[in-house]
Design a protein around this ligand. Structure first.
Ligand code: NAD
Length: 472
């Protein structure tokens, strides 16, 4: 491991493009210390009586609730996301701690009597030290989503936020300390992929829960696999929304706008491939285009603004480049909002919401995640055609189906390849409901009961229960 100096990394305000803060990065040569502190702290944390552990997690939730508005303001400054999103995410972060506080005594094992003079006892024990690596699009909530279940099940947890958006994770760490979490049991390590790789490769990391792009995810899974460490991969997507002719078209338009352009398209579950039945394609396309053309792009804290900037300058450039390459390959612009004219926003990381058509199924813009406010529009002829189009990429994170026909809804839902399928809403989530992808979108599940299996390991003890000990 090459020692690196503790250098401050600049953090930007995407609305203006100006620097917002300088945050000291964690040098890779400190990884050993970090992990050692976590491992020492974990033993006592796991031994702490469940109700006491739960009480501390509830205290974190209380502190997050009290500070939700301020955290949301900070998040909006660092990400340019609208307050409606960042306020909800701050409350959801509190909700995660509260929800998992209720799980501390529910990771119970079982006794199995195989009937041959032996009993087997299966314990659910903490994994040990969990590494959570998170991307830049939902910084506070994703940090909470890693810390809360890891800690509830008796693990220590180190979270590495994206270097572009570390501010709210660092504040969450202070709140966790204020709530009485023992020193070392929860830590935040700030840095880029070099630090992430050093953490992943550390033999003291017992489980890696990664949220990020498919490309980095594969790298992390390979590095963890080389030393036999288990991983959960929450990766990107290229999700389809299918609009059938019997759908409530107004609701479908709202769903497409939310799914493709909400959070400036910076969602793993972005429904950025919109397929409409030929019968309604004309009317739907026109109505959707009118809404996109009239979207107001600007400072999302101002009333009447629909879409804010991208979170990073690199991502802004990537979105423009992908639009440019799509057009060079023959795509036509169906709709595009205007960029803000306010000179104060001239350096902001804005990309106009864009809808493209005439895109070949194998074109880059139809196959690769954009992570910006860009969607493609196409038609389908019947159910098999809709399913074929939805399944036309290697990803499998989410899909939206818009129809009033319940039979069709379930038929299609079972045929599309996606970890999450929404029938008539889009972008609805809960801590109670398992979430994760298939194919290039990853493996393993977070949330709900699935978290108990993710964040614990099953250990079996066999006990002789009769004098006659079976040979096998
Ligand atoms: P990214 O993959 O570039 O980075 C994610 C995190 O991994 C960052 O913290 C980064 O510093 C770190 N990292 C980079 N290289 C690493 C390495 N070699 N070893 C260890 N860590 C490393 O993703 P991003 O650009 O920050 O975020 C956008 C991506 O996240 C999109 O692809 C999006 O779909 C995905 N995402 C997925 C989900 C989900 O739940 N499925 C949710 C949100 C975002």
């Amino acid at each position: 491991m090459t020692p690196t100096a503790r250098v401050p990394g600049p953090v930007f305000e995407p609305i203006t493009g100006r620097p917002l803060a300088q945050i000291a990065w964690t040098p890779t040569h400190e990884v050993d210390d970090l992990v050692e502190r976590a491992r020492v702290a974990q033993t006592d944390w796991a031994r702490m009586p469940g109700p006491e552990r739960a009480a501390r997690l509830h205290r974190v939730a209380n502190l997050l609730e009290v500070e939700a508005e301020d955290l949301a303001k900070l998040e909006t400054r660092n990400t340019g996301k609208p307050p409606v999103d960042t306020v909800r995410e701050a409350h959801r972060a509190a909700g995660s701690f509260r929800y998992y506080a209720g799980w501390v005594d529910r990771a119970v094992g079982e006794t199995i009597d195989p009937g041959a003079g032996v009993l087997s006892l299966v314990d659910r024990r903490p994994r040990g030290t969990v590494l959570g690596i998170v991307p830049w699009n939902v910084p506070l909530f994703f940090a909470a989503k890693k810390f809360a279940p890891a800690l509830a099940f008796g693990n220590a947890c180190i979270v590495k936020p994206a270097p572009e958006t570390p501010l709210t994770a660092l504040r969450l760490l202070e709140l966790m300390q204020q709530a009485g979490l023992p020193d070392g049991v929860a830590q935040v390590a700030v840095g880029d992929g070099e630090l992430g790789a050093a953490l992943v490769e550390h033999p003291g990391m017992d489980l890696i829960v990664f949220t990020g792009s498919d490309v980095t995810g594969r790298r992390v899974a390979a590095a963890a696999g080389r030393r036999g460490a288990p991983t959960v991969m929450e990766l990107g997507g290229k999700s389809a929304q299918l609009i059938f002719p019997d759908a409530d078209l107004d609701a479908a338009i709202e769903g497409v706008l939310l799914g493709a352009y909400g959070a400036t398209g910076q969602m793993c579950i972005a429904g950025s491939r919109v397929y409409v039945h030929r019968e309604v394609a004309g009317a739907f396309g026109q109505a959707l285009a009118a809404r996109i053309d009239s979207m107001v792009v600007g400072d999302p804290r101002v009333d009447g603004v629909h879409v804010g900037p991208q979170i990073t300058r690199d991502q802004q450039r990537k979105s423009f480049e992908m639009i440019g390459r799509a057009k060079a390959a023959g795509a036509r612009t169906v709709a595009q909002a205007s960029l803000p004219r306010d000179p104060a926003l001239a350096e902001g990381f804005f990309v106009p919401p864009t809808l493209l058509e005439a895109v070949a199924p194998d074109a880059e813009v139809a196959q690769r995640e954009i992570f910006g406010p860009v969607a493609i529009l196409d038609v389908f002829d019947d159910e098999p055609d809709a399913v074929r189009r939805a399944n036309g990429t290697p990803f499998g994170l989410a899909a939206g189906i818009w129809t009033a026909d319940i039979g069709r809804a379930h038929r299609v839902a079972r045929r599309v390849r996606a970890g999450t399928v929404w029938i008539n809403p889009y972008r609805v989530m809960s801590d109670l409901v398992p979430f994760g992808g298939v194919g290039w979108s990853g493996y393993g599940r977070e949330n709900g009961e699935a978290a108990s299996a993710t964040y614990t390991k099953a250990i079996t003890t066999w006990v002789a229960s009769s004098d006659v000990i079976p040979a096998r």
